[in-house]
Ligand binder design. Structure first.
Ligand code: CO8
Length: 258
């Protein structure tokens, strides 16, 4: 398996565990982390033995934002001509499911990367925030849009305007995270959840992810039609025949991915 300067990547069965590894900067997201993440998520997506990924950081920080030291001296022309950080869109193009396992700080770009994942599992130590306003800028990797869709206008507006952090309990109440678990259990719980996802028929996993994401891109009628067409399409797969036969015969299904 490839090795990366800023990431630790390991496979646990059918689960790829990607750990952000720039501890000296609380995993601040620089161009190197972006390049490594693009490569690692593409390799995960292409590996047929892998069904779900977990992205995590350290106990202290999932990621404390985009790298302020890298950005500070950049001008508009540099940012705009290089479309600074647009490459993160390539991480969101991963077709297989990805879980963010967040402990400690997920601030600015860190919160945005967590929200790019399909869902967030939070340790009870997690803290989420979009504090860019304190640096005289704004979220730049989708935070104003994804946070607003996740928690609604009132909370999102308060958070981006004041820069205040949300703890794990508030984040769960607000619908930003799917569950909160004790910090000591975070990785085990995330990998276990990812293994459950990876044990499903692969095409069904892709289709379920794609249709929930469609709910954020389309109106209700189009979204429902998109769902129904994908649902119909799965009846053309071997795994649908196997999955339903296995239920009737009271045995586990055996998937071919076809
Ligand atoms: N960038 C660079 N370095 C960082 C960052 C960061 N975002 N966060 C922390 N570090 C570094 C610190 O500078 C420090 O380094 P050094 O030891 O060399 O001084 C080291 O990490 C440890 O940090 P602290 O000493 O500050 O640790 P504390 O425990 O005292 O505080 C905090 C932890 C509260 C997380 C604090 O570090 C902090 O406030 N960090 C900045 C949080 C922030 O403002 N994040 C938003 C960044 S802007 C952003 O993400 C925009 C995203 C969109 C960009 C896309 C453009 C298109």
């Amino acid at each position: 398996m490839a090795s990366y300067e800023t990431l630790l990547v390991e496979q646990r069965g059918a689960v790829t565990l990607i750990t952000l590894n720039r501890p000296q900067a609380l995993n601040a997201l620089n161009s190197r982390i972006l390049a490594d993440m693009i490569a690692a998520t593409a390799a995960f997506d292409a590996d047929e033995s892998q069904g779900c990924a977990v992205i995590t950081g350290s106990e202290k920080a999932f990621a404390a934002g985009a790298d302020i030291k890298e950005m500070q001296s950049q001008g508009f022309a540099d940012m705009y001509s290089h479309d600074f950080f647009a490459g993160w869109e390539r991480v969101t193009a991963t077709r297989k499911p990805i879980i963010a396992a967040v402990a400690g700080y997920a601030l600015g770009g860190g919160c945005e990367v967590a929200m790019m994942c399909d869902f967030i599992l939070a340790a009870d130590t997690a803290k989420f925030g979009q504090p860019e306003v304190k640096l005289a800028v704004t979220p730049g990797m989708g935070g104003s849009q994804r946070l607003t869709r996740a928690v609604g206008k009132a909370k999102a507006m308060e958070m981006v305007l004041t820069g205040r952090m949300m703890d794990a309990e508030e984040a769960e109440r607000a619908g930003l995270v799917s569950r909160v678990v004790p910090a000591a259990d975070l990785i085990e719980e995330a990998v276990k959840t990812a293994a459950t996802i990876a044990s499903m028929a692969p095409l069904a996993a892709l289709a379920n992810k794609e249709m929930v994401n469609a709910a954020f891109e389309t109106g209700l009628a189009m979204g429902i039609q998109f769902e129904r067409r994908l649902f119909h399409g799965l009846f053309g797969t071997e795994d649908q025949k196997e999955g339903m036969a296995a239920f009737i015969e009271k045995r586990p299904g055996k998937w071919t991915g076809k």
